[in-house]
Ligand binder design. Sequence first.
Ligand code: SF4
Length: 464
Amino acid sequence: MSSTIARKSRTATKTAAAPAKTRRAKAKSAPKVGFVSLGCPKALVDSERIITKLRAEGYAVAADYKGADVVVVNTCGFLNSAKQESLDAIGEAMAKNGRVIVTGCLGVEEARIRAEHPGVLAVTGPHQYEQVVSAVHDAVPPLHDPFVDLVPPEGLHLTPRHYAYLKISEGCNNRCSFCIIPSIRGDLASRPVGQVMAEAERLVKAGVKELLVISQDTSAYGLDIKYAESPWKGSPLKARFLDLSRALGDLGAWVRMHYVYPYPHVDDVIPLMAEGKILPYLDIPFQHASPQVLKAMRRPAHQEKTAERIRRWREVCPDLAVRSTFIVGFPGETDADFEMLLQWLKEAKLSRVGCFRYEHVDGAKANDLPGHVPAEVMDERWHRFMAVAQEVSRDVLATKLGRTIDVIVDEVDEEGALARSVWDAPEIDGSVFLNGETRVKAGDIVKAKVVHADEYDLWAELVG
Ligand code: SF4
């Protein structure tokens, strides 16, 4: 949902072209499809599914606009700025290629897309995989003999090989007043737990070292299917957040939980983090701390005393990192609400935070709320928030100095290795720099001693 993720997603999309390139000889006559994937990791997973299906049918992934027979643009429709970015991306694909299929969240606004870009070949909405694939068939027919052997059993991924997003459900039962996702993606629809586990196991067998669990509301997993059981490794397994966390933890990979809301049952998962079964990391989009603002936002679990909860979680798992996003300048936010937010941020000691200035989203209920905050006040609050967040993060990271920690290596070049700690998710959090270290490779999990820290990143030296 953040612009950072959107930018990174576009970068990640380029990596998907690599396998196509190395197999160029085999796939020479295969029709080529280009991909531009915007938006959140959930949209990225949608793109991966479409690519997997198309590759199974013999299509190749094009490395650039010029080499593509058709381009699929997977759009984001979360904020007005994201919609504009999506429209610009469609425009770029039209200008550089001219044969464009649009899918994703903005796809529900077909009239708007066609008004701006009348030449697009087809427009489909989120999760309409079959429609996207059939639009590709119409634009460039598939080969008669599918190259089924070109598709690895774990499917095709836009992320580097050592980590992968695992989507456990679609949609959301909440109705936050600033969000139109439920009207685009529908109510919560959980995947059967057997299917999720089978995908996770295939990924781990294929070399994935870190599973990033995503959805719109991860802790609500299974509610819609009444926590239905699936057989797993000879025993029944419930489609429930705790049971899924434990089963994923048994696969031997790092397991990182995103988009968790602080419902009471989240407490039960913290001991799994203390035992090292899953990573001591929770991504909880709190959005605010003032009860009045949270109520106006209609946030799930807004009545919870979250600072106190986090303190209790840390008694069980002292290493727990909580990352979050916030909105400043929400309609009706007073100076007192904002001061409460800053105070809460200091108390909760959140080391990783993102902050957005409130933005109108067409169709969102929050647009009609009274007390809109002037842009300059919003801006001033955003700067103050970021200054406090930086201070908190610096203090938290300083406590890691001298510790020997596990890190996962993301990249290596002649200057050294770029890694992450258990407290850092890819793309959104900080890094651990292993300067001069070239003996490791991407995906290695190694021990390193922290020798330096600043407000965002750590520097460490390999141990042993
Ligand atoms: S929890 Fe709220 S913000 Fe998140 S998708 Fe559901 S309605 Fe939107």
